[in-house]
Write a protein that binds this ligand. Structure first.
Ligand code: CUA
Length: 187
């Protein structure tokens, strides 16, 4: 661009600045529209995978009856933990898992929303009545973790907590060889 006799440098600078300001505004506007569209889409669409369970029947039939809670060594060698939260405790009160093993956790609530957090790890879920919460985890080393409910669930909330005991894999397999559901309640 040449600066002719009719233009001084300030005019040119102003025009260029305005052009860049408009461009920046358009970019911000575009990002805002994209973020809003993504947020609204996520809020109105159902989740890809939702498992529902009737909280009134948990104790009577289905996957979360008391005899099926705890840690199961599945026939294919994988490990599944099933637990429920209710005002104001978890069942089982002590969850036994092997180290260095992929573990599937499946949990739900019998009444209100509870938190499911294993201290010292990044495992943090909610137990929501009517839904199954599931996630996988792996513990590198034996040890004990506290598992406090971290979602206010009523007057007994602060007393609602359980433990997770991680034992070495062989010790777990020895305890699991007779089948059934394992926990570390009383250990
Ligand atoms: Cu359960 Cu707080």
């Amino acid at each position: 661009m040449t600066i002719g006799p009719d233009h001084d440098g300030a005019d040119v600078a102003l025009r260029i600045e305005r052009r860049w300001a408009i461009l920046a505004f358009v970019i911000v506007l575009l990002l805002t529209v994209l973020a809003a569209a993504a947020g609204i889409h996520g809020a109105v669409m159902p989740q890809g995978q939702v498992e529902i369970v009737d909280p009134r029947l948990l104790h009577i039939r289905g996957e979360f009856v008391e005899s099926n809670l705890g840690t199961a060594l599945e026939p294919d060698g994988s490990v599944t933990v099933r637990a429920i939260g209710q005002q104001y405790s978890f069942t089982p009160q002590c969850i036994l898992v092997p180290a260095e093993t992929k573990i599937s956790f499946r949990g739900t609530s019998a009444d209100v929303v509870h938190g499911f957090l294993i201290a010292g790890t990044n495992l943090n879920e909610m137990l929501v009545p009517g839904y199954v919460s599931s996630f996988t985890a792996r513990f590198d080393a034996p040890g004990e973790h506290v598992m406090p409910c971290h979602e206010f669930c009523g007057t007994g909330h602060e007393g609602m907590w359980a433990r997770v005991k991680v034992v070495d894999k062989q010790s777990f397999l020895d305890q699991a060889k007779d089948g059934g559901r394992l926990s570390c309640v009383g250990q």
